[in-house]
Design a protein around this ligand. Structure first.
Ligand code: SAM
Ligand code: SF4
Ligand code: SF4
Length: 337
């Protein structure tokens, strides 16, 4: 078990398996930046399944038991179920999950479950057709994502988490409808405060709807009570419906940062290790891996990075964002959410 400079253990690993996406959510990959001519990573720069599995095994040896596969859109990675199967077999991996926009899920849910995927998170910002078309930047309707969620439930990937990024003036007036739709289904909607990830979404404080306000809006129509965390360091704070019809979560990364309990490392599509969602630089694990480093050398490299870690961006957001010459941050689609 290794700890960073603030005593935080390394417990979770998020792996981005592709930097490509079939959506162009303006808060993540705005269409005007990620157009036809945008150059995504060439194949030889992307970690292979074997490299991902080897790194995961090394992280598991360091105490990581929770793995999340993400992207970009992970279902765009060919034969993803084969990778899931490889990760599911690694000793020490107890929780294996995936975050997807759900657009390709109907065809894939069963093969992912059969390969060993335990749970799934599907992003769905709103049920309003017009707003969803705008929020995915591609004019897609939410119906297909809802079908994907149903396919995941039918395949037994439950309980399903539904992620919704809330942006003031964009979808905040539809969040109660989203909560109502999934109440009583066993799926858990998690509302996420809009974050200043990356450098390209033009984030401003006044576009954030505070988690407290989200809870107040839902509670006014469907009464809620606070619920205990499932485990220490859980990012979502839980609120249960008083009538026993399930729960919602809110992720208050902006208004109530949870850096003190942050146990997550991330590997970008090209194999760099990042210790914060808002980091500027990562350390390439791919290069030493391809240069023949053995497991002991890789373990030492990763341990060094983690034990020197001091990241707490969300707690220092105001000062860091205002700093002159603030460094560019890594983009969300490169390291996943
Ligand atoms: N493409 C997949 C998806 O959308 O679920 C996986 C990758 S996506 C980067 C992971 C999560 O990050 C999604 O739930 C997405 O809504 C969230 N996200 C992206 N940009 C965000 C932002 N600026 N603020 C808050 N959440 C964001
Ligand atoms: Fe794609 Fe997910 Fe980013 Fe939307 S949030 S652009 S679906 S990677
Ligand atoms: Fe973790 Fe960085 Fe987010 Fe803080 S800002 S919770 S350190 S990823």
């Amino acid at each position: 078990m290794i700890q960073d400079q603030f005593g935080r253990r390394l417990h979770d690993l998020r792996i981005s398996v592709t930097d490509r996406c079939n959506f162009r959510c303006p808060y993540c990959m705005p269409a005007e930046v990620f157009g036809e001519s945008y150059k995504f990573l060439p194949k030889d720069e992307i970690l292979t399944f074997e490299e991902i599995a080897r790194l995961t095994g090394i992280f598991a040896g360091l105490g990581v038991s929770k793995i999340r596969v993400t992207g970009g859109e992970p279902l765009l990675r060919t034969d993803l179920h084969i990778l899931i199967g490889m990760l599911a077999e690694i000793d020490g991996v107890e929780d294996l999950t995936l975050t997807t926009n759900g657009y390709l899920l109907t065809q894939r849910a069963q093969e992912l479950k059969d390969a060993g995927l335990k749970r799934i998170t599907v992003s769905l910002d709103t049920l309003d057709n017009e707003i969803f078309r705008q929020m995915n930047g591609r004019g897609f309707d939410p119906q297909r994502v809802l079908e994907g969620i149903q396919a995941a439930a039918d395949a037994g990937l439950s309980p399903i988490k539904i992620n919704s990024v809330v942006q003031k003036g964009v979808n905040d007036h539809t969040l109660v409808d989203l909560a109502r739709h999934f109440k009583g289904t066993g799926h858990i909607v998690r509302f996420i405060e809009y974050m200043d990830v990356g450098n390209r979404n033009g984030w401003k404080w006044d576009q954030v709807v505070p988690a407290q306000e989200i809870v107040r809006l839902i509670d006014a129509e469907m009464p809620l009570e606070p619920a205990e965390s499932n485990y220490p360091g859980e990012v979502a704070s839980r609120h249960r419906y008083l009538d026993g019809q399930g729960e919602i979560g809110v992720i208050a990364s902006v208004t109530q940062p949870f850096c003190a309990g942050c146990t997550r490392a991330r590997i970008s599509t090209d194999g760099q290790l990042f210790t914060c969602l808002f980091a500027s630089r990562g350390l390439s694990l791919r290069d030493p891996l391809r240069d023949g480093a053995d497991d002991a050398q890789m373990t030492e490299m990763i341990s060094n990075v983690w034990s020197n870690r001091t990241d707490r961006y969300s707690e220092e957001r105001t000062e860091l964002a205002a700093a002159e010459n603030a460094p560019q941050k890594v983009e969300m689609y490169q390291i996943g959410g």
